[in-house]
Design a protein around this ligand. Sequence first.
Ligand code: RTP
Ligand code: MG
Length: 140
Amino acid sequence: MVLQRTFVMIKPDGVRRGLIGEIIGRLERKGLKIVAMKMTRIDKQIAHKLYEEHVGKPFFNDLVEYIGSGPVVCMVIEGDEVVKVMRTMIGATDPKEALPGTVRGDLAMSKGENVIHASDAEEKAKKEMSLFFSPSEIIG
Ligand code: RTP
Ligand code: MG
């Protein structure tokens, strides 16, 4: 057993479309534990930190506009090998290629608006959860 925590975020299109319950339900039914959760907005400064690796790419400005276009729901999720498990559950970046059964495969059609984010490595998870949660807000 490799107990990990990861950062998961329901993006503005997921919130707008009323998919918060659907997505949280999937995580709970899978057997993962929610150890922190909050609704917030992502301004330009936070977007640059969250998506640091994409600064300067052709899609970056659209990404910042999209991710700031409405409230998001941020979570810290705990479970066995949860970083990998969550990436499997969210599916491929382009929802048209994401497999059925994944969040993006079942609930999205556009690469630019793909409903959910999850950290892609344990170090990134630590960095990303610290952008949104203080240690005391994570309930172990
Ligand atoms: P995320 O970070 O949001 O979990 O998504 P990801 O790892 O699957 O994909 P990543 O390569 O990190 O890209 C971050 C987000 O940028 C948008 N994107 N648009 N138009 C494009 O070619 C393009 N490529 C990426 C998506 O919203 C993607 O989730
Ligand atoms: Mg990514």
